[in-house]
Write a protein that binds this ligand. Structure first.
Ligand SMILES: Nc1ncnc2c1ncn2[C@@H]1O[C@H](COP(=O)(O)OP(=O)(O)OP(=O)(O)O)[C@@H](O)[C@H]1O
Length: 235
């Protein structure tokens, strides 16, 4: 198995006085997809917020490529290669597709301020729509744009929060193919939060199931029984 890029131990997270995550340990390796699963409200998005630094971690240790990144903030984490595609995509509706993509440059030194051709190889539709406003794209196209924008930051760790939510089946399939391709490339670790069971099961190398802010189950694809995993993520 590949060496872990990300290692998180005993993470806790609070919103005000409410403790939402409790003693979470997660690791992720380059060339692997780690799926975080569980029913609504168990803390999946909160975990991604903690990893991306968009919400402060209360306690726990966090290393990226062996480097302790303790209280490093979201902007610094993005510059270190942590890219977060949030649930709901959060593209800028009044910016064009090109301008949305260019926002990814904020994490990069000036000499890398060019949209790589690879982005259009992965998502050809974006090339045709470069001048359209983000808000005029379909939900699936917006999701592709959000993933493309994250890839422009040259991530080592890609965090995807429910990329299939509300998306038409043909685009879900394309997004699945892109995730497979990125995994095969082997230069990034992917953490995928997903409630679409078949999609997650097909892509995952590791599965972590959360329940009320704790890890209920953590297994590799080779070890996990499909029915057991399905039961673990069902209400
Ligand atoms: N900003 C916030 N302030 C207070 N409580 C919050 C906040 N965001 C989330 N929560 C609560 O934290 C818990 C975990 O939410 P979170 O969004 O992380 O779960 P989730 O597993 O991603 O759910 P879903 O699948 O519905 O997106 C829920 O009880 C939610 O109501």
């Amino acid at each position: 198995m590949a060496a872990d890029l990300l290692e998180i131990k005993d993470l806790t997270l609070h919103y005000g006085g409410s403790q939402i995550l409790n003693g979470i340990s997660v690791s992720a390796a380059k060339g692997e997809v780690t799926c975080v699963m569980g029913t609504n409200g168990v803390g999946k998005t909160s975990l991604l917020k903690a990893i991306s630094g968009t919400h402060p971690r209360s306690t726990g240790t966090y290393t990226l490529e062996g480097q302790d990144i303790g209280k490093t903030n979201a902007q610094m984490l993005a510059q270190m290669g942590v890219a977060y595609v949030p649930q709901g995509r959060e593209i800028f509706p009044f910016l064009t597709v090109r301008e949305n993509l260019e926002t990814g440059f904020a994490c990069l030194p000036k000499q890398h301020h060019k949209i790589p051709d690879e982005v259009f190889d992965l998502f050809p539709i974006l090339k045709d729509f470069l001048s359209r406003r983000g808000g005029d794209l379909s939900g699936g196209q917006q999701q592709q744009l959000a993933i493309a924008r994250a890839l422009i930051t040259q991530p080592k760790l890609l965090l995807l929060d429910e990329p299939t939510e509300g998306i038409q089946p043909n685009i879900i399939k394309q997004i699945g193919e892109v995730i497979k391709l990125l995994r095969t490339r082997g230069d990034m670790a992917i953490i995928l939060v997903e409630q679409f069971f078949d999609f997650a099961f097909e892509l995952g190398d590791k599965f972590i199931v959360l329940e009320r802010g704790q890890v209920k189950l953590s297994e590799t694809a080779g070890q996990i029984d499909r029915d057991l995993l399905h039961a673990a993520v069902s209400v």
